[in-house]
Design a protein around this ligand. Structure first.
Ligand code: NAD
Length: 273
């Protein structure tokens, strides 16, 4: 199988104007896929993300990268995006990466209701809406990959993360149900339909910056990073977004047809404790 094994396939990566999503979009483009990116940002940030994905493209050309601007808190906007995508991709996406996510870390009784609603909508419900739209066309083709970016907080809890952990545990459950419902579709040759979660520990992206800042206690940013890792991640190393992307690309390969319904930790031993 060549490195461009996704040539002719279309991928949607939600929340790919930044961080892990942007790294996954670039890695899928490098593997030959036509890539739909999605996410918020200024026009400059979005244009820059599109340029970065185009630059990673395995020679399929700039027409193979497009930004779809749906705000994932809005189910109607998601439905419209999935319809536009079906037209752009001749029938629907082959690879769906539900990556968009937000975080707000405060004790449960201090959590604003609006934050609870937004975190559940973006981190969990949006994946239901995109999967509901995308899975039937995947089944018709006999090939489809859903990679949901959950978290260690889909496997274990931490204080101050009530909506985040609820959304990520929910995403793991939703993914297992979909994996079972689509497990028998397709075959070894077509690649089948798989649905998996990747469950990262700490990954160096803007999402965790407030948690690093909160631990600097007058010291350097490096001190903040060290303190954060020491609390939970035994490897004492951050994961890079590109390392999560490499696993996402592997899950898209045909050889991965029997890896389904899993929640794969990439956490330096966090959940082994
Ligand atoms: P990030 O803040 O760098 O990126 C988040 C992306 O989601 C951005 O593109 C943003 O525009 C998009 N987004 C936010 N609200 C949106 C909305 N309403 N509609 C559409 N897009 C929206 O964060 P990241 O660290 O790259 O996080 C990506 C995923 O990885 C999230 O689901 C997060 O929970 C998960 N994760 C991150 C870590 C970590 O340590 N960074 C650890 C575990 C899991």
């Amino acid at each position: 199988m060549s490195e461009s094994f996704l040539r002719g396939r279309t991928a949607l990566v939600t929340g790919s104007t930044s961080g892990i999503g942007l790294a996954i979009a670039k890695a899928l483009a490098a593997a030959g896929a036509r890539v739909a990116i999605n996410g918020l940002g200024t026009p400059e940030q979005i244009a820059s993300a599109v340029r970065e994905v185009e630059a990673a493209d395995a020679g399929t050309g700039p027409a193979h990268v497009r930004h779809f601007g749906a705000d994932l808190r809005d189910p109607d906007a998601i439905a419209a995006m999935m319809r536009d995508l079906a037209a752009w991709s001749d029938g629907g996406v082959d690879v769906l990466v539900n990556n968009a996510g937000i975080q707000h870390a405060v004790p449960l009784h201090e959590m604003p209701v609006s934050r609870w609603n937004d975190i559940l909508a973006i981190n969990l419900s949006s994946a239901f809406h995109t999967m509901r739209a995308a899975l039937p066309a995947m089944a018709a083709r006999g090939y489809g990959r859903v990679v949901n970016i959950a978290s260690v907080h889909g496997l274990v809890a931490s204080k101050d993360k009530a909506p985040y952990a609820a959304s990520k545990f929910g995403l793991v459950g939703l993914s297992k149900v979909a994996a079972l419902e689509y497990a028998a579709q397709g075959n070894r040759e077509s690649g089948g339909i798989t649905v998996n979660c990747i469950c990262p520990g700490w990954v160096e992206t803007p999402l965790i910056e407030p948690q690093i800042q909160a631990r600097m206690r007058g010291g350097s940013r490096e001190d903040g990073v060290r303190a954060l890792l020491a609390e939970k991640q035994p490897s004492l190393r951050m994961t890079l977004p590109e390392e999560i992307a490499a696993l996402a690309v592997f899950l898209c390969r045909r050889e991965a047809h029997n890896i389904t319904g899993t929640a794969l930790p990439v956490d330096g031993g966090w959940t082994a404790q």
